[in-house]
Design a protein around this ligand. Structure first.
Ligand code: 3PG
Ligand code: MG
Length: 398
C-alpha cells in the first residue's frame, strides 16, 4: 500500500520534524567522505522549505558509547555545515536534541528555515525507544516525516515512538523512503522477468535470509564473493586458504538443495597467495573448487564473469547485493567490474543494495547507469529479506 508523502501535506507555516539518516562516513578530521545520504534527502528538505514550512531535522551518527570524546567524534555539526553548503542557505544547529538550545532554536525558526539537532544517540532514550524522550521530540512539531531509509529497520525512538506520540498529526514518508520502497519492495514483489539476483560479499550468514527469500521469487540467483567458497566446501571441494564459514556448511547444503538450478555458483576462481599484496602476489585462475593450498580465492574468474554477464543480458529486473571479489584491490576488481558492466548494459530495472555494493558501483563509475542505488546497508538487506518495517507501517496511507 502506498504511503502518504511529504508533498501531500500542506506545510506552510507549520513545523515539520523530519527523521533523516545523516549517518555519513567521516575521516579523522571530521571531514565527510561521502555525502550521498545528505544529497539524497534534499528533495524532501526542499519540499518543506520551498513551501514555507519550518524544518527540524534529526538523525543519529555512528554508535556513540557515552565517552567524552564522543561529543566531537559523533557530532552532527559537520553535517549541518555540509547541508548549508548544498542548500546554499544558513542552517541552524543545536548542541543538544531536546534541551534548552534545541528548544530555543526551534522556537526561533521562521517559515523556510532549517534546524539540525545534535546526534539523537547522545541521548540514551533514542536506542531504548524511550517514550519520555520521544514525547519531547514529538511536541516540537505539527508534522512527522520519515526520510531515513538507512535506519528504517531500527525501532529507535525517533523512528517509532516519536511518530506514535504524534498520532492524530500527519505522519508521512519522504521522497527517499518512497523511492527506496518502490525499488526494494514493490519492484521485487511484482518483478518483470527474468528476475535475476546477484549476491556476493564475505559471508553466507549475512545473506541467508536474502538468499532464501530471493530463491522463492527470482528466476536465478548468482553467487559471488567469499561466500561462494563456503558453498564449495559444502560440495566437498578444495578451497585452499579461502575465507570460509565452516559452521555454515550445513546451511549452504540446504540452500543448494532448495535452490536447484536457480542457484548459480561460480565455475572458476581468481586466486592469490598473499591477500596483503594483491598486485605483487602469485596469482592463478582455477576451476571453482580446485583452489590449491597456500592460495585463496579473491574474485570470480573470467569464465564466471562471462556466464553471469550472459544471464544478466536478458534480465528485466536485477537486484545486486555484495561484490564478487576484493574489488578494492586490483586486479581482483575484475569480476565485480564485469558484473557492473553487464548490469549497466542490460535493459533492466537494476537495483543495487547499499553498503559495499553501493561503494563498488560508485568507485567503478557505474552509479549513474543503474536504476537505483540504495542508501541503506542493513535496511536494504532487511527489505530484500521481505521484512516489514514498523517505522514505515505506522505512517499514514496515501
Ligand atoms: C546504517 O548506516 O546502517 C544506518 O545508519 C543505521 O545505523 P545502525 O546500524 O548503527 O543502527
Ligand atoms: Mg548498520
Amino acid at each position: 500500500m502506498a504511503k502518504k508523502t511529504i508533498d501531500q501535506v500542506d506545510v506552510a507555516g507549520k513545523t515539520v520534524l523530519m527523521r533523516v539518516d545523516f549517518n555519513v562516513p567521516l575521516d579523522d578530521n571530521q571531514t565527510i567522505t561521502d555525502d550521498r545520504r545528505i544529497r539524497m534527502a534534499l528533495p524532501s528538505i526542499k519540499s518543506v522549505i520551498d513551501r514555507g514550512g519550518k524544518l527540524i531535522l534529526m538523525s543519529h551518527l555512528g554508535r556513540p558509547k557515552g565517552e567524552p570524546s564522543d561529543v566531537e567524534k559523533f557530532s552532527l555539526a559537520p553535517v549541518a555545515i555540509r547541508l548549508g553548503e548544498l542548500l546554499d542557505k544558513t542552517v541552524a544547529f543545536s548542541s543538544d536534541t531536546v534541551g534548552a538550545d534545541a528548544e530555543a532554536k526551534a522556537a526561533a525558526l521562521s517559515d523556510g528555515d532549517v534546524l539540525v539537532l545534535e546526534n539523537l544517540r547522545f541521548n540514551d532514550g533514542e536506542k531504548k525507544g524511550d517514550a519520555e524522550f520521544a514525547g519531547k521530540l514529538a511536541a516540537m512539531a505539527d508534522v512527522y516525516c520519515n526520510d531515513a531509509f538507512g535506519t528504517c529497520h531500527r525501532k529507535d525512538a525517533s523512528m517509532v515512538a516519536v511518530p506514535e506520540a504524534m498520532a492524530g498529526k500527519s505522519r508521512v514518508v519522504g521522497h527517499l523512503v518512497a523511492k527506496e520502497i518502490q525499488y526494494l519492495s514493490d519492484a521485487i514483489a511484482n518483478p518483470e522477468r527474468p528476475f535475476v539476483a546477484i549476491l556476493g560479499g564475505a559471508k553466507v550468514s549475512d545473506k541467508i535470509n536474502v538468499i532464501n527469500n530471493l530463491l522463492g521469487i527470482c528466476d536465478a540467483v548468482l553467487i559471488g564473493g567469499a561466500m561462494a567458497y563456503t558453498f564449495s566446501l559444502a560440495k566437498g571441494e578444495a578451497v585452499g586458504n579461502s575465507l570460509v564459514e565452516k559452521d555454515k556448511v550445513d546451511l549452504a547444503k540446504e540452500l543448494i538443495a532448495k535452490g536447484g538450478d536457480k542457484l548459480v555458483l561460480p565455475v572458476d576462481t581468481h586466486c592469490g597467495d598473499d591477500f596483503g599484496d594483491p598486485e605483487g602476489c602469485n596469482k592463478e585462475i582455477v576451476p571453482a573448487g580446485e583452489i590449491k593450498d597456500g592460495f585463496e580465492g579473491m574474485d570470480i574468474g573470467p569464465a564466471t564473469s562471462a556466464q553471469y554477464s550472459k544471464i544478466l543480458a536478458s534480465a528485466k529486473t536485477i537486484v545486486w547485493n555484495g561484490p564478487m571479489g576484493v574489488f578494492e584491490k586490483p586486479p581482483f576488481d575484475a569480476g565485480t567490474k564485469a558484473v557492473a558492466q553487464a548490469v549497466a548494459d542490460s535493459d533492466s530495472i537494476s537495483i543495487i543494495g547499499g553498503g559495499d555494493s553501493a561503494a563498488a558501483v560508485d568507485q567503478l563509475g557505474f552509479a549513474d547507469q543503474v536504476s537505483h542505488v540504495s542508501t541503506g546497508g542493513g535496511a536494504s538487506l532487511a527489505m530484500l529479506e521481505g521484512q516489514s518495517f514498523a517505522a514505515v507501517d505506522l505512517l499514514d496511507e496515501a
